[in-house]
Design a protein around this ligand. Sequence first.
Ligand code: NAP
Length: 239
Amino acid sequence: MTRKTILITGASAGIGAACARLAAERGYDLYLNYNSDAAGAEASAEAARAAGATATVLQADVGDPEAISAMFAHIPRLDGLINNAGIVGQTARLTDMDHARLKRMFDVNVIGAMLVAKEAVLRMDKGVIVNVSSAAARLGSGNQYLDYAASKGAIDTFTKGLSDEVAGQGIRVVSVRPGIIDTDIHAKGGEPDRADRLAPKVPMKRKGTAEEVAEVILWLMSDQASYVTGSAIDVTGGR
Ligand code: NAP
């Protein structure tokens, strides 16, 4: 059987790095994108190679359309995309957010994800796209970062629209909405203890792991999920 090749954006840390490890174990060859953490991306690639995969590391800021084009110049064809790269901002109310913050949030989390998906579709025969959304798309994240939540709401809507456009080509498109997951994204948003603070409010009374999210994403990538498209799957411990 020929090996399938997938691109994972934001593969240098957290959920993307966990997806890279698991995808390699499941027999995929990998393109691993990162923006600033070259060492993290190389560690993901080394782990993938140790599991028998080929792994090509590609730097690109997905908030920059020219960087996306340059990255895809190295990718002739794809069987799948894990559209995972994403950012949060510092805790703030709308009245404290300026245009530059909102623009960067949407350039990376929405327009970047849409352009990456576009380039992936152009390189797929059949395939699967998993967009990494967030429970924030449902919850709104008022008083924390509603710009981030709104960007993920856009991703869920984009997932449904794109899934309708490409279903006839044999391409499935699904959103995964993680809840409170134990990664460094909370520290990058200025609140390293956020996952521990919110864990008691989760019905399952704990934070999730990047590996638990990766398991769901890799199931969606697989033929076992062959009739799933256009939907959003929560991985939230009930939140
Ligand atoms: P993380 O540990 O901070 O990792 C984020 C990854 O995205 C890194 O590999 C980072 O690369 C990459 N990235 C950020 N900006 C980028 C850009 N402009 N261009 C290319 N890559 C970029 O975060 P995570 O928790 O794993 O988050 C992964 C996804 O899950 C995000 O979409 C996030 O919104 C979503 N999510 C996370 C949680 C959670 O609780 N952790 C909950 C819901 C949804 P560099 O470090 O190399 O820049």
